[in-house]
Design a protein. Sequence first.
Length: 574
Amino acid sequence: MRLSQILISTLREDPADAEIPSHKLLARAGLVVKIAAGVYTFAPLMWRVVKKFAQIVREELDREGANEVMLPIIHPKELWVSSGRWDRYVTDGIMFTLKDRKGSEMCLGPTHEEVMTAYVNAQVNSYKQLPVNCYQIQDKFRDEIRPRFGLMRGREFIMMDAYSFDADPKGLDVAYQKMHSAYCRIFDRCGLQYTVVQADSGAIGGAGSEEFMVIADSGEDAILHCKESGYAANVEKATSRLPDAPPGGDVRPLSKHSTPDVRTVAQLEAFFPGWVAGRMAKTLLYKATWKDKDEVVAVMMRGDLEINEVKLVNALDCLAVRLCTDEEIQATTGAETGFAGPVGLREQVRLLADESLRGRTNLLTGCNQSGYHCLDVNLGRDCRMPSFHDLRLARAGEGCPISGKPLQLARGIEVGHIFKLGIKYSKAMGATFMDQGGKPVPFVMGCYGIGVSRTPAAAVEQSFDEKGIVWPVAIAPFECVVAMLDPKRPEQQALAEKLYAELQAAGVDVCLDDRALSPGAKFKDNELLGFPVQVFVGRKAAEGGVEFLVRKGMVKSECAAGEVKAKVLAALGR
Ligand code: ATP
Ligand code: MG
């Protein structure tokens, strides 16, 4: 292809709203153009990138026997009501909804479990037709609270979503493992540095869920990992060895003390010498929301540790939690903020505690009275026995749950997610097949997503320099550019055309930069656009010489025209 025929408009400046390198570079290179928050046009060169990535995804999924389909984007409300998800998605505000001219409610698909389950349920009647795995590559719509970082978090974005249907959990394990392998091959082929981490399965529950994370400083996800054991988990899900705290000792009688204006763990440590944070139980009040109600709950955590709100949501099986306001705390405990505790807590308030407090004696806690705390509180004696759960936020430096070595923190961009759903959707939607005994049983499902527009952005985040993008060969808009520095000069034109034809014939995905730009602008543009191999035909064309650039590392050399083909193929690793 000739670049003179392709719509290319690189900019001098980064757009004002771009915060991270990939967004700045993709916008400055004119590869993505915003039309609304989180809504982008893909320019011709970027569309080539996306199509190449999508093709890699297709090849690797097809190799595992998955079927490509295309599901509708517009879904009727009834389908989402049948799975029980309509209210939640509407309350969350994540779903774009609309009404047709008859007033029927519909939505733009944020994900497709419902539609795919309905489709497969209508097609598959018998265990003999299983297993089935169907996927699509399509636009998804989510009204994200904070669309940002360009393609990373769009409101309209491209996703590959696959759904597997098996007769039993063993079948699901096989399907899941196949997808896991396919994902590894996909991201390997793109030359990405990634880790597979344990992920929170959220309210969906299920037997397992892993995320594929591209490691990058700008990543929105935090990962804790251990090189020694290979343990890696999203912080939302991670666990660690419980840090030591001084033992509480033999049970002593409770005592109540005046602690005017002493509210925080640090203030209490200063007020009661010897009572370090590890001997305290702090009590935080949360407002939890379920589908049909709100409730204030009290959550106890050892004083030196933090609460993981994702784990709290899971323990409560609710939709969301948030910390209570001062007014809500006062209304619930009768005391000001900073004095809540298990002692004297109203019976109606549900009391949860982290596992770190199980069996601990003689704690320092609040007692729901402004200006007072209690020493030597023993759970079950001085207050109700709370229900214990793992609610603790694992932190860097704490021991790996497997090796005990300090956990390291890294940031990641979630490019893929695989999920064992089990029978959650099939059961809710009554999607069944006849098993060997002729009995209807629900499909055992898995679901799998890849960010098809996010992954190329993540690739840029991992591969750029001060001059611009450095595309991995597999998804570069073109593998190679041959640029004539002065298209008006016949010898440059002739040599560039010759090399272009030669490289095309050798199977290189090559473009010809025949645009009427100054040589300086051409160098800059091509560096910014990031083609992996660049051949510049300039003044030396008369003697049959060209300039050769390997974009990664900006490795420049000169060579004779006759050597170009071999050098390009070598640089592309062929
Ligand atoms: P996130 O935690 O980043 O919001 P998610 O867990 O909600 O993502 P999934 O439902 O698992 O996303 O979607 C599958 C994949 O689609 C994700 O792994 C991610 O790569 C991509 N993706 C999700 N949301 C967006 C978005 N708003 N813009 C671009 N890609 C997205
Ligand atoms: Mg996800």
